[in-house]
Design a protein around this ligand. Structure first.
Ligand SMILES: *Cc1c(COP(=O)(O)O)cnc(C)c1O
Length: 231
């Protein structure tokens, strides 16, 4: 199947999952996770009608950015971000979805100020409490958001997560539910300068379940581009 056919099929599945949960398909943002796909393939996906391009690695993003791969859609950074690499992203990305430390957030704020812009971000939550994963624990999130709300050049727009892989869809949904609960709790707190607009969760294997649990951003890679070929 071509990239265009895949995007069409994913859109249909998104629409069905949205309708099943009483929501409007247009309220769900489809991010194409473009890692390891070259500029030509990213352009194909853009033409096919993805909403956003999501890139994981700073180096790869800069190369494809130079090649004009993302022209026509907003670009989000979705990978693990080292503080010393933030400088390559500011001014290029509409959103950093994967902020996992205050140090990183402070650096984003500092550089955004320098560029005279306000950077939209999502806070990555380590919902499964896995040691190997980056992100803020659910327990630390309120204090983290309190700090984030004081940073003038940061606008927190919501939460993102990559839950543990358990294999069974029903079990994954436990983390999706937990994440949605947290999202609703944080919305109710009404922090200054923070809006819980977006909940980013769900990938190729489980985006429908994520939508049914309240996600409004899904990040799909292999479902659009096919299997990745690691060298
Ligand atoms: C690769 C990636 C995805 C997409 O994963 P697929 O299983 O290929 O759909 C989503 N989110 C992040 C952060 C990723 O790195």
């Amino acid at each position: 199947m071509s990239i265009a056919e895949n995007v069409k099929e994913i859109r249909e599945r998104i629409a069905r999952a949205a309708q099943e949960s009483g929501r409007n398909p247009e309220d769900i943002t489809l991010v194409a996770a473009t890692k390891m796909n070259d500029a030509e393939r990213v352009k194909e996906a853009v033409l096919a009608g993805i909403d956003v391009a999501g890139e994981n690695r700073v180096q790869e993003l800069m190369e494809k950015y130079e090649q004009g791969a993302y022209e026509g859609v907003p670009l989000h950074f979705i990978g693990t971000l080292q503080t010393n690499k933030v400088k390559y992203l500011i001014g290029k990305v509409a959103m950093i979805q994967s902020v996992g430390s205050l140090k990183c957030l402070a650096e984003i704020s500092r550089l955004a100020k320098k560029h005279d812009l306000v950077q939209d971000v999502l806070i990555e939550v380590n919902i499964g409490g896995e040691e190997s994963k980056s992100g803020i624990s659910a327990a630390e999130l309120p204090v983290f958001l309190e700090e984030a709300s004081k940073m003038e050049n940061i606008h927190v727009r919501g939460l993102m997560t990559i839950p543990p892989i358990l294999g069974k869809c029903e079990e994954n949904s436990r983390f999706f539910y937990k994440m949605h609960e947290l999202f609703v709790d944080m919305s109710a707190k009404k922090y200054d300068n923070i809006n819980m607009d977006f909940l980013s969760m769900g990938m190729s294997d489980d985006f429908e379940e994520a939508i049914r649990c309240g996600a409004n951003i899904v990040r799909v890679g292999t479902g659009i581009f096919g299997a990745r070929h690691y060298q």
